[in-house]
Design a protein around this ligand. Structure first.
Ligand SMILES: [Fe+2]
Length: 286
């Protein structure tokens, strides 16, 4: 059976992709941010995961406002990036994992999550930037199942629903019949607002509370409504719901391997967190 070995959550700001393209890893503005990924690179090198489930939100590349699924799961053999208009270079294609995708889809629908199934799916910067941060360059050492969550067109799924969706993803992965080591990635946030009267809004106090609670007490965050989250984190800070999906999938003993918070990148509070997940079966055999 597959095992979830850990969860990673990271911001997915487009300017990170531009900085990667320009090789600005040691630039004074970027160094602290990029250095936050070094412990994660070491962990990934050690753990050698086989597959990754990436939970992100599409910003208009694959889904537009006329057709916006609340939750969508990719089931393609390959996922392509495309020009989004941000000036980002187009990433090389990413390998899919259709067998795992279809298992997740069947398990989620059986569990009453009526997701949209995508046998073709473009992936945008919310997917490609985190993948470039975790596996720099054009290396593609893991097979991928992308999961898209609507954060751009109301109504959005509640934090409580996203957490339950993550738990359902966790159960689905745990019942997959291959002996894969799986990492669940959630992307987006932290607090930021790109437009309107509160453009540039960052809420460091809330972000720090969130980073603490997401580890020790994720249910606490599920009591927030979407309106609460937008008020506290900004219109785009609501992307934090993808962190809740990731956290919901980690059902074992969870420990923090690395966590860093950096303000600002562009006009966004950024963070990265790595949580190791020790499944109950493993705990019992040690
Ligand atoms: Fe975003």
């Amino acid at each position: 059976m597959a095992k979830i070995v850990g969860g990673v959550a990271t911001s997915h700001i487009p300017s990170i992709g531009k900085a990667i393209a320009r090789g600005l890893y040691d630039d004074p503005y970027w160094k602290e941010f990029f250095d936050g990924f070094k412990p994660i690179h070491r962990w990934l090198e050690n753990v050698q995961p086989d597959a990754v489930v990436v939970v992100y939100n599409d910003h208009g590349l694959n889904f537009f406002l006329d057709k916006m699924p609340t939750f969508a799961v990719g089931a393609a053999p390959e996922y392509r990036h495309a020009d989004e208009g941000w000036g980002l270079p187009v990433a090389a294609p990413f390998p899919g994992y259709p067998e795992m995708s279809w298992h997740l889809i069947e398990s989620l629908v059986a569990g009453e999550f009526d997701i949209t199934t995508c046998q073709e799916m473009l992936v945008d910067h919310a997917f490609t930037v985190p993948m470039a941060l975790l596996w720099p360059g054009d290396r593609r050492p893991v097979r991928i199942v992308p999961v898209s969550v609507n954060t751009v067109q109301v109504p959005l799924p509640t934090p409580a629903r996203c957490y339950k969706f993550g738990q359902a993803i966790g159960r689905a992965i745990a019942s997959f019949g291959e002996a894969d080591r799986v990492v669940v990635v959630g992307t987006g946030g932290l607090s930021h607002q790109l437009d309107g009267k509160r453009a540039g809004f960052i809420n460091k106090k809330f972000d720090q509370m969130f980073l603490e609670r997401i580890v020790k007490d994720p249910e606490y965050i599920t009591r927030y409504s979407i309106a609460d989250l937008i008020r506290e984190t900004g219109a785009q800070g609501v992307e934090l719901i993808m962190w809740l999906v990731m956290r919901g999938a980690l059902t074992g003993d969870v420990s923090v391997i690395h966590s860093s918070y950096h303000v600002p990148i562009s006009n966004t509070a950024s963070a990265v967190m790595l949580l190791e997940n020790q499944t109950r079966e493993l705990v019992e055999t040690i």
